[in-house]
Unconditional design. Sequence first.
Length: 63
Amino acid sequence: MFFIRQLLLYISITAGLFLLIGLYRPWVMLWWEDVQNRRKVIKLYGSVAVTAYLVYWFTIFFV
């Protein structure tokens, strides 16, 4: 279980870093999309970061 918790923490940190990079240059993080904008970066990487971080805390307290 420790490995899963660490993996979730690293995923949330990486997604947060990608979010910051994407806010500066959206086309770098959304190169496969037709239209790259900051709203899409926030939706994609922000939701991944928040979800992974919440699951990380859920596994600490309830498992």
